[in-house]
Design a protein around this ligand. Structure first.
Ligand SMILES: Nc1ncnc2c1ncn2[C@@H]1O[C@H](COP(=O)(O)OP(=O)(O)OP(=O)(O)O)[C@@H](O)[C@H]1O
Length: 764
């Protein structure tokens, strides 16, 4: 699968199968988080990144690396079931190089791109900086628990972390260094694994010929015989007492350090509490004795800016509002959790407000680290209470989080620097852009912190899952619901495009569903990792295959219009349940060719009931020529969007009310879809969604129209039967008898068909 841009003459075909990327941290899911459905692969979660263009010719299907050992590109990959051995994996390999030095890399590996185990070893070795001519190249690969990896199947089936060694026997020091590198935050686990390795590496006189074979049942697996050259060598004592002693001392010191840190932390907490109490007593009239202490942080993009429509009031009112926001509800994530009496601001004077501002400034330096602060992990743990995982991406894991002492819940996006190798600018870019943006349709950033190893982004928490989940749950949406969502996306895009910012990764996974107390819902745009200010044509190829715009693929230079194209793809998916450009063979080259061609087909029967207006908007958004494509602002003015909103508008209702109504309706639809998913009337829709899933799983992108039509027939027969059953009850016994005989005629095949259909539905 060579991407289209590499088909041009004179260009070296890159090897985009591998790419250095980050590990996905698998953590227990939040019980409140929306359940993830099996992911249809047409909605790639993986990102498309530009393959390197300056690769030298190479025989192996692995990308080359920059001189510093940083890879230049990552590949494209489809989505597979979690357990699938062909699922692309992000693996980390560490190679101890003696004297406490360890090399570590993370790779995105595609099983299909690796032909032999030898090739894999050679490529991993090269990636680690040991080309094949180097004696120190890697020869053996082990899982952290001591299982030697002998084949591709082993490699792709088991761990995500591996230890690589050369020809010589690994020493316990080497193993320890490697484990420390792999699990820096889990010394307990390291110790456990080290004990396993100790047993594995223990020389056995009786097994001198087999090197470090181990038959200890305590070890998860045993190391098989060493290479030929080690056979008949005298057993070597790998325990290396001196090294062990050193290790012991090191661990003792580390433990002592942790103890001291914990003590300091406790003292800090005590101090912090004292400070809080003092502050409450002196300054906070409104919150005195009213529950949780005052939040000492404010949004880095203070919500009381003059241009905030909600703050349009007299100057004193302004002050009050700003105080309310800054003082009692500085972070609007969960207003419910703030006690009502905390909002009593009646008696606060302007002087109090000034005082409060002073306190807040002090707080910013004291209790909660200021925005952009460089912190230690202990500081983070002291200030924030991390909860369960609400989402994860290629680079980050997002967890529910509380600021200690506050009731509100936030989202903390935790980015592992190790996964960002060479792409640190992405997260800095995201922070810088998010700080400069403020809009109800964009996710709000409150704080960013850095530690040695991670970047933490404290953001507003959105609890409704993402649009991707909503699509996989509902299959497709009604026109008013789709219009509602497109309005939200257009508003977000209009705002950022007016600032010349292109998001460049508009897709359902990056649109979060925010549910309001009144039942309405909105979409919020997140993940600005690829966003950039566009002042002149950009040529960088990036995005996600299904949503990528033709001008990105054509490499003719692009601008903010690429976001509008992606919105067009989303509108198509919302109305039909499948994407506009599909390759039946899952051939990316073909997919890109189709995208560049831009021919949109409204497949029957899926589009039969969709209005011409909606189709017209789809066409206008999926216009190949970016100059002729609608802008976000023009989309908001589009007839269909206006008309659909107006239809929802009750007589005399304001636009805001109408919008709220439509949002409530959308929210209700989602709820009903979820609740009634087992009911017959929902089955057709569900079947459609299931079919798409199944087609995707079977590597076929085309919806199975025949199956759908067949299902509709079955449904009709069912309806007929139930109607007849109802009417037959009202009739006399003789007629009833006759009717029963009649109605059983179609029942048999129908039931048989029904069973078939049910088998086609994926297990819930
Ligand atoms: N503020 C938030 N509230 C709730 N969930 C969130 C929030 N931000 C992100 N998420 C969830 O976490 C997932 C990953 O977040 P995000 O896309 O920012 O990570 P990433 O690693 O940058 O992703 P990508 O793989 O696209 O680069 C999102 O798809 C979303 O489901």
């Amino acid at each position: 699968m060579t991407p289209v841009w590499n088909q041009r003459p004179g260009r070296e075909p890159p090897r985009p199968r591998w790419g250095l990327t980050d590990q996905r941290i698998k953590l227990p899911k939040c019980p409140n988080a929306a359940p993830r459905q099996p992911l249809p692969s047409y909605l790639h979660r993986s990102r498309l990144r530009r393959p390197p263009t300056d690769f030298g010719p190479s025989e192996s299907p692995v990308c080359h690396w920059e001189e510093a050992g940083v890879p230049k590109a990552s590949g494209y990959h489809a989505r597979h079931a979690e357990s699938s051995p062909v699922r692309p994996r992000i693996v980390t390999v560490v190679r101890p190089c003696g004297k406490d030095s360890v090399r570590k890399i993370s790779l995105l590996l595609n099983r299909r791109a690796v032909q032999t185990f030898e090739q894999l070893m050679a490529d991993v070795s090269e990636a680690l900086g040991f080309p094949c001519w180097n004696n120190a190249r890697i020869r053996r690969l082990f899982s952290p628990s001591g299982r030697e990896i002998h084949s591709l199947a082993d490699f792709f089936r088991f761990d995500h972390a591996f230890m690589a060694f050369g020809n010589s026997r690994p020493s316990l020091d080497d193993v320890s260094a490697a484990l420390d590198e792999l699990y820096p935050e889990n010394p307990g686990h390291c110790e456990h694994l080290l004990r396993v390795w100790e047993r594995i590496l223990r020389p056995k006189a009786t097994k001198a010929d087999s090197g470090f074979h181990d038959d200890d049942p305590g070890a998860e697996v045993s190391l098989p015989a060493v290479h030929d050259q080690q056979v008949n060598q005298p057993p070597v004592n790998n325990l290396q007492p001196v090294g062990r002693q050193k290790e012991k001392v090191r661990r003792e010191r580390q433990r002592e350090l942790w103890r001291r840190k914990a003590d300091l932390q406790k003292e800090d907490e005590k101090e912090a509490k004292k400070e809080e109490r003092k502050r409450d007593a002196v300054y906070c009239r409104s919150c005195r004795g009213c529950g949780p202490p005052i939040p000492p942080i404010r949004s880095s993009r203070c919500s009381d800016k003059p241009n905030n429509p909600s703050n349009k009031s007299t100057s004193s009112q302004n002050n009050m509002v700003s105080l309310e926001k800054a003082h009692c509800r500085p972070l609007k994530a969960n207003a419910k959790s703030v006690p009502q009496n905390a909002l009593n601001l009646e008696t606060i004077t302007e002087r109090d407000i000034n005082k409060q501002e002073t306190v807040e400034q002090k707080d910013l330096q004291g209790d909660i680290p200021p925005d952009g602060a460089e912190l230690s992990l202990e500081d983070i743990e002291r200030c924030y209470d991390m909860g369960c995982v609400v989402g994860d991406g290629n680079f980050a894991v997002v967890r529910e989080c509380r600021v200690r002492g506050l009731a509100e819940t936030f989202a903390m996006k935790i980015v592992d620097n190790a996964k960002l190798q060479g792409r640190g600018h992405m997260i800095q870019n995201e922070i810088a852009l998010l700080r400069s943006l403020e809009h109800p349709r964009l996710i709000q950033l409150f704080r960013s912190h850095h530690t040695d190893t991670h970047v933490y982004l404290l953001m507003e928490l959105v609890t409704g899952g993402d649009l991707f989940d909503a699509i996989t749950q509902s299959g497709r949406f009604t026109e008013p619901s789709a219009a509602c969502m497109i309005t939200d996306i257009s508003q977000a895009l209009e705002y950022i495009h007016n600032k010349s910012i292109a998001h460049r990764d508009i897709k359902p996974e990056n649109l979060l569903v925010q549910r309001h107390g009144n039942g309405s819902l909105n979409l919020k745009l997140a993940d600005f990792g690829l966003a950039m200010v566009v002042t002149e044509p950009v040529f960088t190829v990036c995005g996600t295959p299904t949503y990528v715009a033709p001008e990105i693929l054509a490499e003719t230079g692009y601008g903010v219009g690429v976001d509008v194209w992606a919105m067009g793809v989303i509108l198509f998916v919302l109305l039909s349940g499948f994407p506009p450009f599909r390759s039946p063979d899952r051939n990316q080259e073909e997919l890109f060719r189709l995208i560049q061609k831009g021919e949109v087909h409204f497949l029957s029967p899926y589009w039969d009931n969709v209005s011409e207006g909606a189709k017209a908007l789809v066409r206008a958004l999926l216009e190949v020529n970016p100059k002729r494509r609608l802008t976000a602002s023009q989309t908001l003015q589009h007839d269909w969007l206006q008309h659909t909103t107006a239809q929802k508008d009750h007589k005399g209702a304001t636009k805001a009310t109408a919008e709220r109504h439509s949002q409530q309706k959308l929210s209700r639809q989602l709820e009903i879809n979820k609740r009634d998913s087992h009911k017959p009337e929902m089955l057709a829709e569900k079947f459609h969604a299931a079919q798409i899933h199944e087609n995707i799983l079977n590597n076929s992108y085309e919806p199975d129209i025949n199956a759908h039509a067949r299902y509709q027939q079955i449904e009709e027969i069912h309806n007929m039967i139930s109607n007849q059953q109802t009417s037959s009850h009202a009739e006399d016994t003789t007629t009833n008898k006759q009717n029963t005989t009649d109605q059983h005629v179609p029942e048999k095949p129908a039931q048989q068909e029904d069973t078939d259909t049910k088998q086609e539905l994926p297990a819930e």
